[in-house]
Design a protein around this ligand. Structure first.
Ligand code: NDP
Ligand code: 8X3
Length: 256
């Protein structure tokens, strides 16, 4: 990935930050977006120290078309080509049943996980299409493949991401632009703290007695998908920790 231009959304924490570091180690140029600029700056500094050819940051709110468009206007002042787009920004809010769900949580999940992917992809394609070279990796979830109680809106949003990935691959057939989805299961990041709106004790319980995936595990998977030769497209990758045989079947070791 040496000197390739890699744009990562949601790069201020979790998978996005770890992915930035993974690509930094292979000498990529990084364009990092998210809402928290101080965290982005810190990830960019670590990326430079890890060997990035360059690391640039700019705030981006994927739930706003204006913000996405402004980010891409800024991007064009830095580079005329994007080789890899990682649509990672997203997450869940709440674990309410449909009967008790809140409009604002549902709307945020759709805005980030579904519309955000569409917006950022539409805005980035002009920096890929003229070159017949590029790769779009969307971050989905096992939640987009199997439903669970309290997950209706999040599962729907990630199922939406999966179908966007599939439709986009068909639309881009013949361009040599690859389209992939990487769909993890339980991984310990800020995901559950955000889902439970800052309740760290409740978030920690999600991983009780389990050895979950780490952000680095997922970043390595994304890096591997991106590093296949140009004629190889990994369409869909599902990765789970060994303790999670299925979405509802999680092996929890009891405390001694
Ligand atoms: P984190 O909460 O650690 O990271 C989420 C990232 O998304 C942050 O950088 C956050 O940045 C960014 N983000 C959220 N909303 C917006 C927005 N409106 N605009 C721009 N950036 C935004 O969680 P993960 O790293 O775990 O999550 C990354 C992706 O992986 C998400 O799409 C999530 O749904 C998915 N996923 C997570 C799994 C898990 O168990 N952890 C499993 C499967 C998939 P900021 O707040 O600074 O804007
Ligand atoms: C996050 C994984 O199973 O908590 O996408 O929804 S799960």
């Amino acid at each position: 990935m040496r000197n390739r231009w890699v744009l990562i959304t949601g790069a201020s924490s979790g998978f996005g930050a770890a992915t930035a570091l993974a690509f930094a180690k292979s000498g990529a140029n990084l364009l990092l977006g998210a809402r928290r600029s101080a965290k982005l700056e810190s990830v960019a500094q670590q990326a430079r120290e890890a060997g990035a050819a360059s690391a640039w940051v700019h705030t981006m709110d994927v739930s706003s078309s204006d913000s996405v468009s402004e980010f891409l206007t800024w991007t064009k002042t830095v580079t005329s080509q994007i080789h890899l787009l990682v649509n990672n920004a997203g997450g869940a809010l709440g674990l309410d049943s449909v009967a008790t769900g809140k409009d604002e949580d549902w709307e945020t999940m759709m805005q980030t996980n579904v519309l955000g992917v569409l917006r950022v992809t539409r805005a980035t394609l002009p920096l890929m299409l003229p070159f017949s070279d590029g790769h779009i990796i969307n971050i989905g979830s096992i939640a987009g493949r199997v439903a669970y109680e309290g997950g209706a809106a999040y599962c729907a949003a990630k199922a939406g991401e999966l179908q966007i990935t599939r439709a986009l691959r068909l639309e881009l057939s013949g361009t040599q632009i690859r389209v992939s989805t990487v769909d993890p299961g339980l991984a310990e990041t800020e995901f559950s703290v955000v889902r439970f709106k800052g309740d760290e004790a409740r978030a920690a319980k999600v991983y009780d007695g389990v050895t979950p995936l780490t952000a680095q595990d997922v970043a390595e998977a994304i890096h591997w998908v991106a590093s296949r030769p140009p004629h190889v497209c990994i369409d869909e990758m599902v990765l789970k920790c060994t303790d999670q045989a299925a979405i509802h079947k999680v092996n929890r070791k009891s405390k001694a």
